[in-house]
Write a protein that binds this ligand. Sequence first.
Ligand code: HEC
Length: 148
Amino acid sequence: MQKAKKRIVVFLVAACLGSVALAHGGVKNAAVMARMEAMKSIGDAMKVMGTMAKGKTDFNAATARAAAADVARFAAQTPALFKAPEDDPKTEALPAIWERFEDFTTKAQETERLAHGLAQTVETKADLDAGLMLLGASCKACHKEYRK
Ligand code: HEC
């Protein structure tokens, strides 16, 4: 992959993953925990593809497709997991989610659509690189508006 493009992918993936390490400790509301767990799983799957895109792990189409399918699966669960305006001192979710839930849902569907597409089509590393950029941008589009 081109150097500049590679940096963008690395940046986008890092931007999506954010502060995963400190996010979970002490969450008391089970519904908030469940949606955080789903997001963590999305992040883990994204990391599998990201390390491959970076060249830190060997490209493997089947592994990349499976990771993309995981992202699609959790993205599909996202609207239901976030539907109730559950709160917790540890949550990073912003109240705007429930003011514009339709838009939030659309953004989750966009991530699902892109991830589903990747899960169906990745054959080469170039496919992964290109797809991952769009997918990473879709995570960011939601986090930018709806996550602290
Ligand atoms: C439709 C909106 C939306 C989309 C799309 C989305 N996220 Fe999130 N994500 C959130 C919200 C909101 C939170 C904060 C949840 C909370 O703290 O209650 C979050 C939290 C996270 C977390 C932190 C989880 C934790 O441990 O607390 C990670 C990691 C994450 N998202 C990764 C991703 C990745 C990677 C993608 C794209 C493949 C993605 N997200 C797509 C809304 C979204």
